[in-house]
Design a protein around this ligand. Sequence first.
Ligand code: SAM
Length: 233
Amino acid sequence: MQFTFVTLFPNLIEGYFKDSILKRAIEKGILKIDYCNPRDYSKNKHFKVDDTAVGGGAGMVMNPQPLFDALDDLKNRDEDVHIVFMTPVAKAFVQNDAKRLAKKSHVAFVSGRYEGIDERVIEKYADEVFSIGDYILTGGELASLVICDATSRNIEGVLGNAESLETESFETPLLEAPSFSKPKIYDSLSVPSEYLKGNHSKIRSLKLALSECKTKYFRPNELKKHKAEQHLS
Ligand code: SAM
């Protein structure tokens, strides 16, 4: 699968792929990452990509011309490219979106900077728009990395153990049970004693109970919904 980052600041993104799981996925040929800098398409003699807002308002807005040309070029090179814009006001990106995007062959993330992108670009080119939460970042690069990372984990072969996907939070109605590592006792704190006894059916029951507790604490409404669905079925 290919990810293209449409950004004025590719340096902000590149480092993320230089280590760990995504680096390995690139080396295995599962992921391909490239960059498209709207500044390279600017017809301004100083390669300007932004200007003051028409109609007034604080700050600079990204001009349509460099982005129109960059995105036309991208679409000419691959008509199947799925173009996603980062914007704080859109619907929040969730796990189901990650699973859906993972089925595409090529996703391009368009990052805004300054006061954002001229709306005409979004209207013309967006296949979808996402926010990563109700707060304002200085640019879309972090948001696009978040979405790229969450999507990549759902692509076959990216994770060493695909089983970890099945039990993860947001894959099932309940959040994943708390995890513990070795040693079994650390700083006088023990892992739950049932985990040490090797009775797998009891461990499963305890994990389910702990999942319910965690869901009740962090997402009480989700637990209520889950219980109501269980009651109906
Ligand atoms: N003036 C805009 C507004 O009030 O909606 C905010 C512009 S923000 C400073 C610049 C860029 O950062 C946006 O165009 C978008 O690409 C990105 N961005 C900021 N916050 C974001 C968020 N929560 N989710 C996704 N992208 C975000």
